[in-house]
Design a protein around this ligand. Structure first.
Ligand SMILES: Nc1ncnc2c1ncn2[C@@H]1O[C@H](COP(=O)(O)OP(=O)(O)OP(=O)(O)O)[C@@H](O)[C@H]1O
Length: 412
């Protein structure tokens, strides 16, 4: 019987593609990445690449030493560099008879659920055609409000969107450590993570570790949480040794075939790393099928959309929203509203604990798409739905958010 094949998203950080000091493209490393991905394809896996590097390639082309601070100049560099980046990938993949496609995306492109599904369908179609999609944030047009912000997040959203099995975050450290290994030489490697919330790690990278990197380890942890919630096992490994992916995938196939528990996986990994039969890496285990987010709509509500404000609800309301036969969000359960948002926008739902509770701050519990604007909700909060019409002069819906437009992350 043939081995199981997977859908794998490989995220390449700027440090995989551009030399940190000279800012020259790392052509030898890119060739190794391309060879590795071609091998994975021959083994039957479906591969999506999420690649950074457009701005760095543009800076090199324009002989710039320093990244400009003006937004338009950065976007111009991205448009110069993106073409060169994809051109280089195409040249390399062509040598191995592999076809690629370019997908440039911003949050705006997936703001509508139909558009989100279109993006997913295009990616799936490309994979069915045996093509390797290369995804990047559309840095040429995106401004802060419509940005994913970093390609770690974009790669996790892409992985969730296409229900990938694995996400490889390739970076300039072998794995996640207990602390930043650049500043703390006694930081210890972490091999298997099954509950991200229980992790005790420091990521003192202020959002970027290397000179050319943008996200640092902080965004990788956020990405890992997002992807594992959708059932995607996320791996951090060294980008300068891309063929490590082949060893790790084969090791994962073995562990899966043996149906190992989390502890057994951890033991097997430590033993094999010690024997040097597999490289050092971190595995964040995807949630099991019954715990993970399976619904596209829910994943989109939680991770595809940017929240515009927040609605504070009480604990009783939260219980009603999360019980088995869950309700929609009614104005009566709303305690407060913050921020300015319009009807149909996505807002954060926060719960204010009861007075007896020791926690006093409201905590985010999920997202919803609202039927009313923030100024309308301010007027109707705390009232019964039957009173909406007399307060506003109209009642578009009895709910602030319909239950199909409310999503909570999985409880682990
Ligand atoms: N606990 C930690 N474990 C491992 N690395 C850490 C930790 N905390 C901070 N880091 C830093 O995170 C860096 C990796 O992130 P960085 O964003 O620089 O790379 P990248 O993902 O390759 O690039 P890009 O962000 O452009 O995609 C490492 O160089 C390291 O210094």
């Amino acid at each position: 019987m043939g081995r199981k094949t997977y859908t794998i998203v490989v995220k390449l950080g700027t440090s995989s593609l551009v030399d940190e000091v000279t800012r020259e493209p790392r052509i030898a490393n890119m060739s190794l990445i391309v060879e590795t991905i071609a091998k994975l394809r021959r083994q039957g896996h479906r591969i999506v690449i999420v690649s950074s590097g457009a701005i760095a390639f543009g800076m090199k082309r324009m002989d710039l030493e320093k990244k400009p601070s003006k937004l338009a100049a950065i976007q111009a560099l991205a448009s110069i560099g993106q073409g060169r980046l994809i051109g280089l990938f195409d040249d390399l993949f062509r040598q191995l008879n592999e076809r690629i496609a370019q997908i440039l995306i911003t949050r705006n492109d997936i703001m509508d659920f139909t558009q989100y599904k279109n993006a997913r369908n295009t990616l799936s179609e490309l994979l069915d055609m045996g093509v390797i999609p290369i995804v990047n944030e559309n840095d040429t047009l995106s401004v802060a409000e419509i940005k994913f912000g970093d390609n770690d997040t974009l790669s996790a959203i892409t992985a969730g969107m296409i229900h990938a099995d694995y996400l490889f975050l390739m970076t300039d450290v072998e794995c996640l450590y207990t602390d930043n290994p650049r500043t703390n030489p006694s930081a210890r490697p972490i091999l298997v993570v099954d509950k991200i919330d229980d992790l005790e790690v420091k990521t003192n990278d202020h959002g970027a570790g290397s000179q050319v990197g943008t996200g640092g380890m902080t965004t990788k942890l956020i990405a890992a949480e997002l992807a594992t919630n959708a059932g995607v096992t996320t791996i951090i490994t060294l980008s300068s040794q891309p063929y490590y992916i082949l060893d790790i995938v084969s090791h994962i196939q073995n562990s899966e075939e043996l149906h190992l528990t989390v502890d057994q996986q951890r033991d097997l990994m430590s033993a094999d790393i010690a024997k040097k039969t597999i490289p050092l890496h971190t595995r964040f285990l995807g949630l099991s099928r019954d715990a993970q987010i399976r619904s596209d709509k829910k994943f989109w509500l939680l991770h595809g959309l940017k929240t515009k404000g927040n609605i504070i609800i009480d604990e009783g309301c939260y219980r009603a929203l999360t019980r088995k036969n869950r309700a929609g969000l009614l104005p009566a359960g709303i305690v407060d509203v913050n921020g300015i948002f319009h009807e149909s926008e996505c807002v954060s739902i926060q719960v204010i604990p009861t007075k007896q509770s020791s926690i006093t701050e409201a905590v985010e519990v999920g997202h919803c798409r609202v039927n009313y604007s923030s100024s309308e909700i301010k007027l109707i909060k705390g009232f019964q739905s039957s009173e909406i019409e007399s307060i506003l002069g109209y009642a578009d819906s009895e709910y602030i958010a319909h239950r199909d437009n409310i999503a909570f992350p999985p409880k682990v």
